[in-house]
Design a protein around this ligand. Structure first.
Ligand SMILES: [Zn+2]
Length: 211
C-alpha cells in the first residue's frame, strides 16, 4: 500500500541485522539507537514513520498515532521483532501495548536462561549484542559532532578572553558591576563570577621568546 511517507525507505540500507533482512536507518540516531528524523520541525523515531508508511498511513494519521507515544505513556509502542532498534523494515515492526512488550522481553530472557526474567548483567543487550550500541566512531558525538553543544553554544561557556579582560579593566577603573555588565553584554552575576575567578580569567600573556 503506497503511503505519502514512503520516502522514509530512501534512507535505509536493506540487508544486515540478525537475519540479514533488517533495513538499517542511515541518518541520525537517538543515543539509545533508534533512528531519528524530523518532519516539519518535529522529531520522530524513524521506525515510527516506517511503521506508518508500511501501513499506508498518512502523515496526519501518523501524528494521531504518535500522540499515544512518549509522555510517559507506555500503553502503546512500536517495537522491533528483530531487536534491531535502528531497523525500519515494516515486517520487523509491531504495534503492541507496553504490557505485551514487557512480556515479550521476559519470554526472551526466560528462553535464553531457563528462568531468568530480567535482562541484567551478562544477559543485558549491551553485553550480548554490544555491536548494537553505537560507540566510538559510530557514536553520534563522532558521526554528528555538530549535535554536541561545544564552545559558545555550551552552557558552561565562559566568554572570550577579550571580554573578561575588559571586565577586569572596567572594574579597576571603578565601574559598578551592573555598568560593566551592560557594557560587555553579560549578566551582572556573570560579571561577578568572572571577577571572583569562578569563570575564566584572561589568558596569561605569552612569554617573550628571546630571538
Ligand atoms: Zn529488523
Amino acid at each position: 500500500m503506497a503511503s505519502e511517507l514512503d520516502w522514509i525507505f530512501g534512507w535505509v540500507e536493506k540487508g544486515g541485522g540478525p537475519n540479514g533482512e533488517c533495513w538499517a536507518w542511515q541518518r541520525s540516531r537517538f543515543p539509545k539507537g533508534y533512528g531519528q528524523q524530523r518532519i516539519s520541525g518535529r522529531t520522530y523515531r524513524a521506525h515510527h514513520i516506517a511503521f506508518a508508511a508500511g501501513c499506508g498511513l498518512t502523515k496526519t494519521q501518523l501524528d494521531l498515532l504518535k500522540l499515544q507515544f512518549g509522555n510517559g505513556n507506555d500503553d502503546l509502542q512500536i517495537g522491533h521483532h528483530c531487536d534491531n532498534l535502528c531497523c525500519c523494515n515494516p515486517e520487523h515492526l509491531i504495534l503492541w501495548t507496553g504490557r505485551e512488550n514487557i512480556a515479550d522481553r521476559e519470554t526472551k530472557g526466560r528462553t535464553a536462561s531457563g528462568e531468568q526474567v530480567s535482562l541484567r548483567g551478562n544477559r543485558n543487550g549491551s553485553r550480548t549484542k554490544p555491536e548494537r550500541i553505537p560507540r566510538g566512531d559510530q557514536h553520534y558525538s563522532r558521526t554528528q559532532p555538530e549535535r554536541l553543544a561545544r564552545g559558545e553554544r555550551h552552557g558552561m561557556y565562559k566568554g572570550p578572553d577579550q571580554m573578561t579582560s575588559r571586565v577586569f579593566e572596567l572594574r579597576a577603573a571603578g565601574w559598578l558591576l551592573r555598568e560593566i555588565a551592560a557594557d560587555v553584554g553579560l549578566s551582572r552575576p556573570m560579571v561577578g563570577y568572572i571577577l571572583n575567578g569562578k569563570a575564566r580569567r584572561p589568558a596569561p600573556q605569552p612569554l617573550e621568546t628571546p630571538s
